[in-house]
Design a binder for this molecule. Structure first.
Ligand SMILES: NC(=O)c1ccc[n+]([C@@H]2O[C@H](COP(=O)([O-])OP(=O)(O)OC[C@H]3O[C@@H](n4cnc5c(N)ncnc54)[C@H](OP(=O)(O)O)[C@@H]3O)[C@@H](O)[C@H]2O)c1
Length: 383
C-alpha cells in the first residue's frame, strides 16, 4: 500500500465544519458523535494533493436565456447565483472543484474561473480534456480526441477560461481508442514541466491503461462513477488505486440525486434530464430500486443526518483517499453536503450498512449502452 499518510489539519477542518453547523442544526449532533470511527473532517490525499473531504462538481450547461444555467438533470440557476454558490463552497472549506471542457462546453470552466477570482490560491482546480470539441464554436464533433497537439491547444484555452496560470489536476475525460496512453502521458509530462498542469488523472479508464499511464507519469486520481447505487469500482479499480497510491474521486456520488431522496417510484424525467436515458431510472426499473432509498433514509434517521449526507459519508468512510464531488445548484444542498464531512461511521456500523446494501439488487444499467461503451476502454498499444 503506497498511499502517503493523511496529515490532519483539525483546526481548519473544524472551522469549516463549524461554518456548516451555523446553518445546519442537524450537524450539531453529528459532530457530537464520539470520534471512535474514522472522522473524515481531516484533509484527504489524492496522490500528492491534499483536499477537504467533500469536493464540488461544476457541471453546468447553457439554459434558455444568456444568464441561465442548467445542470444535467432538472435543476436550473443563473450565472450570478452559480458563482455565489462556488464562493460559498470556498467559505465552507471546500477546496476541490471539478469541471470539464465539455461541460457547457466551456461555460462551466468560465463560471468557475470567474467565481474563483481572488480565491484561487486556496483551492484545487480540476478539469478534463478528451472529447472532440470545436475550439471556436464549442460544437461537439463526436468521439474523443487526445492527440498531444490537441491536448496542448485545449489546455491553453482552459487556462484562459479558468483565469489561471495552472491546472491543479487535469483528467483525460475518456480514453481515446486511437491514441496510446503513453503519448497522452508524454504530453501531460511536458505540460507539467512547463508548470501549466500540476497533476493528472484519468476518468473511467481500463485497468491496464491505468498501469501504463502511471508508469510514464504518476497519476494523482482516478475519477469514476461510484456510489451506493453503483459499486462497480470496488472489484478492481479501488484495489488498483490502493496498490499504486492513486486517489479516487467518485462522480455522481448521490446517484444523480436518487440517494438524496429526490426521486420516487413514479418519477419521470424530461427530455433534457440525463436520467431519461439511464436504464436504472426507467419506469420498469425505478420501483425495484426504491428499497435502496428506504435504506438510506433509515440510516439518515439513525445518524441524525440527511440521506445525501449518509450517501457521501459512506463513500468517505470507505478509504481515506476517496473524495466525492457532489453536484448542486442549490446553496442549502451545498451546505448539507459539506456537512457530511463531519459524519462518522464506526467500523461495526459500516459493516452493517454494507451488508444491507449488498442485499439490495439494483435493476437497470448505470448508463445508456452508447455512454457505457466509452468506459473501461484500454488505450491502443504504443508501437
Ligand atoms: N468524469 C465523468 O465522466 C463525470 C460524469 C458525471 C459527473 N461528473 C462530475 O461529478 C459531479 C457530480 O455528479 P452529478 O452531478 O452527475 O451527480 P450527483 O452529485 O450524484 O447528483 C446531483 C443531483 O443531486 C441533487 N442534489 C445534490 N445535493 C443534494 C442534496 N443535499 N439534497 C437533495 N438533492 C441534492 C442535485 O440537484 P440540486 O441542484 O437541486 O441540488 C442534482 O440533481 C458533476 O458535477 C461532475 O463534476 C463526472
Amino acid at each position: 500500500m503506497n498511499h502517503p499518510p493523511v496529515y490532519p489539519n483539525p483546526r481548519r477542518q473544524w472551522l469549516a465544519a463549524a461554518a456548516a453547523i451555523g446553518v445546519a442544526p442537524w450537524l450539531l449532533s453529528a459532530c457530537a458523535t464520539p470520534a471512535t470511527g474514522t472522522s473524515s473532517t481531516v484533509r484527504r490525499r489524492l496522490g500528492p494533493l491534499e483536499v477537504f473531504p467533500i469536493g464540488m462538481g461544476v457541471q453546468w450547461h447553457p439554459g434558455r436565456h444568456p444568464q441561465a444555467v442548467n445542470d444535467l438533470y432538472a435543476s436550473s440557476t443563473d450565472r450570478q447565483a452559480a458563482m455565489a454558490l462556488i464562493r460559498r463552497a470556498v467559505d465552507l472549506g471546500v477546496t476541490l472543484f471539478d469541471t470539464a471542457e465539455v461541460y457547457g462546453p466551456f461555460m462551466s470552466e468560465e463560471i468557475l474561473g470567474e467565481a474563483l477570482q481572488g480565491r484561487r490560491n486556496g483551492v484545487v482546480v480540476s478539469t478534463k480534456f478528451g472529447f472532440d470539441i470545436d475550439p471556436q464554436t464549442g460544437a461537439r464533433r463526436g468521439g474523443t480526441n487526445s492527440r498531444p497537439e490537441h491536448i496542448r491547444r485545449v489546455v491553453e484555452a482552459q487556462l484562459r477560461r479558468l483565469r489561471t496560470d495552472r491546472i491543479d489536476l487535469l483528467y483525460q475525460h475518456r480514453v481515446d481508442p486511437q491514441v496510446p496512453i503513453e503519448d497522452v502521458a508524454g504530453a501531460i509530462k511536458e505540460l507539467v514541466a512547463q508548470g501549466k498542469v500540476l497533476h493528472w488523472g484519468l476518468s473511467e479508464p481500463g485497468l491496464q491503461t491505468i498501469r501504463r499511464a502511471h508508469a510514464v507519469h504518476p497519476l494523482a486520481a482516478i475519477q469514476n462513477e461510484y456510489s451506493m447505487l453503483w459499486r462497480g469500482p470496488e472489484a478492481q479499480v479501488l484495489p488498483l488505486c490502493e496498490e499504486l497510491g492513486i486517489g479516487f474521486v467518485p462522480w455522481s456520488p448521490l446517484g444523480m440525486g436518487f440517494l438524496a431522496g429526490t426521486v420516487n417510484a413514479g418519477s419521470r424525467f424530461g427530455e433534457r434530464d440525463f436520467r431519461a436515458s439511464v436504464p436504472r431510472f426507467a419506469p420498469d426499473a425505478l420501483p425495484s430500486n426504491m428499497p435502496l432509498v428506504d435504506l438510506v433514509r433509515t440510516w439518515a434517521q439513525r445518524k441524525n443526518a440527511t440521506p445525501a449526507q449518509v450517501a457521501l459519508a459512506w463513500l468517505a468512510a470507505r478509504k481515506p483517499w476517496i473524495v466525492p464531488i457532489p453536484g448542486t445548484t442549490n446553496v442549502a444542498h451545498l451546505e448539507e453536503n459539506v456537512g457530511a464531512a463531519a459524519i462518522v461511521f464506526r467500523a461495526a456500523e459500516l459493516a452493517e450498512l454494507d451488508a444491507a446494501l449488498s442485499a439490495i439488487p439494483i435493476r437497470g444499467a448505470r448508463l445508456s449502452p452508447a455512454v457505457l461503451a466509452a468506459t473501461g476502454v484500454e488505450a491502443p498499444p504504443k508501437r
